[in-house]
Design a protein around this ligand. Structure first.
Ligand code: NAD
Length: 469
């Protein structure tokens, strides 16, 4: 009996087919298209978060020991802002956009109508398990779709809370959560979707894209990469150091897709920068950062081992200039800075996604551009400088998902900016109106009357008609 029950709960291809069939039925009924449905679901989402703040913070603590303030700012508050912004803009976004027509079609009028794509799949990652799951959901709802959310199994407390809360607060005939790992995600990926929105690493991104290709399903891939920070000597060093620390260790202890991955600075400036970083790190996290309650822990033992391998690599361990302590039992690694690790070391060839920060020195600050451009395109790139010419060169020469000058990670909170990668860091973008657009089809609609029926377009195609053109 117990075995039978267990069998029933397995989410397999059959379950996935039945789930998508139900959602297709809901979408076909037209209920998700109305402004009222979309607005009510966004309001429900806000209520859900307001009513359950403590449970969300507890789940994030259980999964990542995420500090409460960080959890509140980067998950709860950002999600609520996204919902509130979408609610405010929704009517405007849904209104067809009138566009000019051409002389050839005179008299005519035209508009672009945003229509929902249909039934969409959102596969999310573990590092910001609430925000990364629900922010795309906001876009999918705003655009009028039915959807399945598959949260990450790597953050199990958040995943199960998401499943419980969405079932309680949202319209379950159109919004479903499937929990699980590879087996469940693979069953979902076999289905035909109208869009797949995936957040995670590029290896799985390729699996998602290959599955989507079978059905010609469009994808948004929110991937990662090695996001560089250039530090020029013409800076306010204290502010620059604090902002680098906030983006690295203050963002889930480096487990964020746009965390600074490595720093580039000049040989002459490196030691000053290291001193300033050390000083501020001690101010923020004390003398024993492994004990600090203001640093998230590493998510699990697999990721701990991955990071320990980077840290203990012979090529780089002798290059540590700060930190290096780790505590496997509690999955904690101290903020660690390296100076001039070899370019062919593991740490410089995979995304770090944790509290390790190599600094690479160059002769002239302009040399940084070549170094960044010799690598795959990152999700973010940062520059600290007061030098106007350097800023212009940076914007002109560096291709990345997003650029931010004199800070780190904050471009993420600006709803009017698209958030997404380029090249290996991903494709497509979301946030604000970009989320609505990511889950909408822009339908071209033209209107004509029966007037202006020029005979020149119809056969017989006489030479006289050709001369008219
Ligand atoms: P993860 O392990 O949670 O995986 C992401 C999702 O893929 C999960 O839902 C998981 O169940 C699913 N998955 C894993 N293996 C699969 C398989 N073989 N087939 C089908 N589905 C599978 O997250 P992760 O990949 O460790 O996340 C970290 C990466 O994500 C980093 O590269 C980071 O930069 C990137 N990231 C990007 C963003 C962004 O917004 N661009 C945000 C967060 C993380």
């Amino acid at each position: 009996m117990a075995l039978e029950e267990e069998k029933k709960t397995v989410f397999d291809a059959e379950a996935a087919t039945s789930l998508t069939k139900d959602l297709r039925g809901t979408f076909a009924s037209g209920k998700t298209r109305s402004y009222e449905w979309r607005a009510s679901q966004l309001k429900n989402l806000i209520k859900m978060v307001n009513d359950n703040e403590k449970d969300i913070i507890d789940a994030l603590h259980s999964d990542l020991a995420k500090p409460e303030l960080e959890a509140f700012i980067s998950e709860i508050s950002m999600l609520k802002s996204s919902c509130i912004y979408s609610l405010k803009q929704l009517k405007r976004w849904m209104t067809p956009e009138k566009v000019k027509t051409s002389m050839t079609t005179f008299p005519s009028s035209a508009e672009i109508v945003s229509e929902p794509l249909g039934v969409v799949l959102i596969i999310s990652a573990w590092n910001y398990p609430f925000l990364l799951s629900l922010d795309p959901v906001v876009g999918a709802i705003a655009a009028g779709n039915a959807l399945v959310l598959k949260p990450s199994e790597v953050a199990p407390a958040s995943s199960s809370l998401l499943a419980k809360l969405l079932a309680k607060y949202m319209d379950c005939s159109a919004i479903k959560v499937v929990e699980g790992a590879v087996v469940e995600t693979s069953a979902l990926l076999e289905q035909k979707w109208d869009k797949i929105f995936y957040t995670g690493n590029g290896k799985v991104g390729r699996i998602v894209m290959a599955a989507a290709a079978k059905h010609l399903t469009p994808v948004v891939l929110e991937l990662g990469g090695k996001s560089p920070v250039i530090v020029d000597s013409d800076v306010n060093l204290q502010v620059a150091s604090r902002r680098i620390i906030a983006g690295k260790w203050g963002s889930n202890n480096g487990q964020a897709c746009i965390s600074p991955d490595y720093i580039l600075t000049t040989k002459d400036y490196a030691l000053q920068l290291i001193d300033a970083l050390k000083h501020e790190l001690e101010n923020f996290y004390g003398k024993d950062p492994l004990e600090s309650k203001d640093l998230s822990r590493i998510v699990n033992s697999n990721h701990f081992s991955r990071l320990a391998k980077l840290l203990d690599d012979d090529k780089v361990s002798k290059k540590i200039v700060h930190g290096g302590q780790k505590d496997e039992a509690n999955l904690r690694i101290a903020p660690t800075i390296f100076l001039d690790v070899p370019e062919d070391s593991l740490i410089m060839n995979e995304e770090i996604f944790g509290p390790l920060l190599p600094i690479i020195t160059v002769d002239k600050v302009e040399d940084c551009f070549e170094l960044i451009n010799s690598r795959t395109k990152p999700l973010a790139a940062y520059l600290f400088t007061n030098n106007k010419k350097l800023k212009e060169k940076f914007v002109r020469n560096i291709s990345a998902g997003g650029l931010l000058i004199n800070d780190t990670t904050l471009h993420l909170v600006v709803a009017t900016l698209p958030f997404g990668g380029v090249g290996e860091s991903g494709m497509g973008a979301y946030h604000g109106k970009f989320s609505f657009d990511a889950f909408s089809h822009k339908k071209a609609v033209m209107y004509r009357s029966f007037a202006g029926d020029a005979s020149a377009r119809y056969p017989p195609y006489t030479p006289g008609k050709l001369r008219l053109l």
